[in-house]
Design a protein around this ligand. Structure first.
Ligand SMILES: NC(=O)c1ccc[n+]([C@@H]2O[C@H](COP(=O)([O-])OP(=O)(O)OC[C@H]3O[C@@H](n4cnc5c(N)ncnc54)[C@H](OP(=O)(O)O)[C@@H]3O)[C@@H](O)[C@H]2O)c1
Length: 210
């Protein structure tokens, strides 16, 4: 997923600082995923990456919560994008109870940050390519801060994905379940793990100024 996030954000022209506990792997991923894109990516120390204005945690839940708790001071006041799906061992069900989500648990751990759920409904293979058969897939963006939601939608502008305001952070319960449901459908219909979700309304989407 880290590679996919780098690919999409550098397609949008951004500079991405990449950090992982394997520096060599982080450097190779940064170089490979950003090749030929408008923006750039480079591997940096974790402390340098945490200086970025927006931080994407490409970690599994609950490692997201552990990492964020350890770095709560550095993440304070910032947008923290959560892409996690708390899958159980079947990959089609979740470990979190229905009255919460990985994103809400993350938000509880770092209340001084603006946690935004985004891109979690896009499987890694699809995220790396950024589309399916020429169709841009949706990146649902949910948070309790409208400003943070708008900033992430703007961040994804030009990424190849269609970013869509998906309401409050508790909609992460649905968004996390949606990925597990997609995996189940993929298995049930023998179409593998690469899929995308798209909201297809009968009318035009409401946009600011309409
Ligand atoms: N795979 C998908 O299709 C998909 C789709 C949607 C959402 N997601 C979500 O995206 C997240 C990442 O999934 P993934 O498939 O990309 O997993 P992954 O391939 O296992 O990548 C996770 C990365 O996190 C690194 N890591 C683990 N703990 C770390 C720590 N404490 N500090 C720094 N780096 C750490 C790992 O490094 P090492 O390998 O060196 O341990 C690894 O590079 C998960 O929350 C998953 O639920 C995945």
């Amino acid at each position: 997923m880290g590679a996919g996030v780098i690919a999409r954000l550098t397609q949008a022209g951004h500079t991405v600082l990449v950090s992982g506990h394997n520096a060599e792997k982080a450097a190779a991923t940064a170089e490979e995923a950003s090749a030929g894109q408008q923006g750039s990516a480079k591997a940096v120390d974790e402390n340098v990456a945490l200086e970025a204005g927006i931080v994407v945690l490409a970690l599994w839940y609950p490692a997201t919560v552990d990492f964020a708790t350890e770095n709560a001071d550095k993440l304070a006041g910032k947008i923290v994008i959560d892409i996690a799906i708390p899958l159980d061992s079947t990959y089609t069900r979740l470990t979190t109870p229905p009255d919460t989500s990985a994103a809400e648990e993350l938000s509880k751990a770092i209340p001084q940050s603006f946690v935004v759920k985004a891109m979690n409904t896009i499987p890694a293979g699809t995220l790396k390519v950024g589309e399916i058969g020429g169709i841009d897939v949706d990146a649902f963006v949910a948070s309790d801060s409208q400003e943070a939601t708008d900033t992430v939608i703007e961040l994804l502008n030009g990424s190849g994905l269609r970013a869509l305001d998906a309401g409050k952070l508790d909609n992460a319960r649905l968004l996390e379940r949606l990925t597990a449901f997609g995996i189940e459908l993929g298995q049930r219909h023998g179409v593998g793990f690469d899929f995308g979700w798209k909201f297809l309304p009968a009318g035009d989407l409401f946009t600011e100024g309409d």
